[in-house]
Design a protein around this ligand. Sequence first.
Ligand SMILES: [Zn+2]
Length: 818
Amino acid sequence: MSNDARYTPDEVEQRARDYWDSKRCFEVDEDPDKQKFYCLTMFPYPSGQLHMGHVRVFTISDVIARYQRMQGKHVLQPMGWDAFGMPAENAAIKRGVPPAEWTYKNIDYMRGQLKRLGYGYDWSREVTTCRPEYYRWEQWLFTRLFKKGLVYRKNSIVNWDPVDQTVLANEQVIDGRGWRSDALVERREIPQWFMKITAYADELLDNLDSMDGWPDSVKTMQRNWIGRSEGMELSFAVDGEAEPLTVFTTRPDTLMGVTYMAVAAEHPIAQKAAADNADIARFIEECKTMQAAEAAMETMEKKGMPLGVFATHPISGEKVPLWVANFVLMSYGTGAVMAVPGHDERDWEFASKHGLPIVQVVKPDDGSNIDIGAAAWTGRGVLVNSGEFDGLNFDQAFAAIAARFEAEGRGKRTVNYRLRDWGVSRQRYWGTPIPIIYCDDCGAVPVPENDLPVVLPEDVKVTGVGSPLRDMSEFVNVDCPECGKAARRETDTFDTFVESSWYFSRYASPDSKDAMLDKRESYWMPVDQYTGGIEHAILHLLYARFFQKLMRDEGLSAADEPFTNLLTQGMVLKDGAKMSKAKGNTVDPQELIERYGADTVRLFMMSTAPPELALEWSDDGVQGAHRFLKRFWHAVQAHSEAGRAPALDKSGLDAQQKELRLKTHQTIAKVSDDTGRRYKFNTAVAAVMELLNAINRFDDQSPAGRAVIQEALESCVLLLAPIVPHICHELWQQLGHSSALADESWPDVDESALQQDTVEIVVQVNGKLRGRISVAADAGKDAIAELALADENVKRFVADKTIRKTIVVPGRLVNVVV
Ligand SMILES: [Zn+2]
């Protein structure tokens, strides 16, 4: 045995990496003569080390990138770091290390892990969002949007931790208390910056229809999130109020079923009532400690109190009581709703609890009976108990009520969106400073372009109470850019989703010093294949689409949409549950790589489940993947040690040799489809494993036999190259090539090899399998029938019985009926 005989992944993988590094294999420029392919994975947060979920998604993306490269495409696959965010602040509080230091250290370690896994990244384009040379451009864009009126400041309700003096994200509020301080969280109104994503609501919605490369599930989630609904704004006069109360409804047909109305705790009418009523004041105070999250609104207990104030029904003229309720949000619509308990589940639940009347005003089209006392009926049907509108269907009632209200100037048709403008202010330190200066005379003034970036001081002490920026006078105290008077700098930072909304474009011009994006952007964008977790279906993927449109309208890009094709990978499970530190069921990728090598980990990940489904971890599966690579390695060793195989002469092959060639080219055809079109890498691997088994069974050391084996082994190497690139890099050389595998093309199917001289046909007697015969591929029906009846076993079952019929399906079967 030669020195190469044993498979030592450490050495094999080091040699492959050294080659790729020395040749800068994965660094790409903009070459207009080549067809580009931009392959991207959602960039990671530098939490400390890679977890298995990372390894899975990065491997999927790397396989696609390497496959496209073998198709002759000019492939860009970059990597970077979504480096701002809370965990760095938490670590800083816990360990007393500045967030910047912690973050950069993690990046260095994780970059090493990614390199060890052999991902074909263009590291010359690495982007790190906490660097001023990156975030200066989002500050710049923000000041441009300020001038266009696409950003604005308004009061908004947040979860406020009174002890830590900070705003909490919804997930940091646990049972109404701050996750760190355990203090009762308050709903507090503070001024915050918003980006006007609603100005793009229609385009964000309409474009989804032509985004064929996205999963339907993600498109549906985005449609629901944008939530376009057609309805009406209706005004109700309120006793003692000069202004009417305006509500939005998508069901004007149920207007005659309104039995009460509800307003938010912060609504002026509720505030006014609270001034004379201590119970109402107490209830409003209680609402402040509830979470502001819309998701929480759905599940929490619906509470309310009557205000002792009445509105007048705009058609019947009846008095309708006004309530204050915890499920009405001031920030949503007008902060008031009309309630139709007969035909809305939430209104029904609330009315039942508080003894409010429930009236049926719609009945099913088919005349069937419903029991409004047992549950709300939310379907569309025909109006009843609605006076002049009785008998109308939904559309007719909508039109009639709209016409009447519009004529009287008391309402109008309108389109409503569930989508809210994006609040981007965070009262945190570790983020991009919002580039605004507040002047007593000039108000909020954007930082002039020449003064950008507003650099975040990195050498700080984070205590967890308030933001350290507020106490840094050298940061806060500045002169007003407009009048020169003493002014104060904004100390809030951007939501970290701002950084991740445009990083994909920055990879195209990562070192541009004069512009956010330069002309190289037009070569690479849009991203051809984007891969990431389904948990980003809404926020990240919607914000990124929004930013793409902002950048387009700023003249920075011609693309309407950032991602042509989207793949959302499944989770990595262990013992049926998602791997997580909390559950204690994690597997450390680093340990596995050190033990088995990167190729084994990559192969296990890709061979176990298709990318979009969950992957169940299995130690046996990892060992199985490793054993396969060893078999693969030894098969090539055994073949190459016997010397160079002669060139393949297709004309002089015997039946067995033809059969192996057939298997080889069938495998190429299947794996090409699985890898290139269907992204079913697991079945691709299974097909190559089968081919390798066929090679190992094939015992023909004649020159022609060895030529056929050579072709089969080369095919295995080429077909597995995207998945296990290190071992394939080395095996390619061992198969006698002086060229590098990284420069090879994907193998072609030889159609002539697929043409079979003989085919196997199943023979049945009375529908039961009794034999198999081999016949010439072009044999006629009579000849096939004759051969079938000559088969010994078939003869036995036919015996002396009379043959009534012989059915021949050429290429497939013969059925003898006796
Ligand atoms: Zn000023």
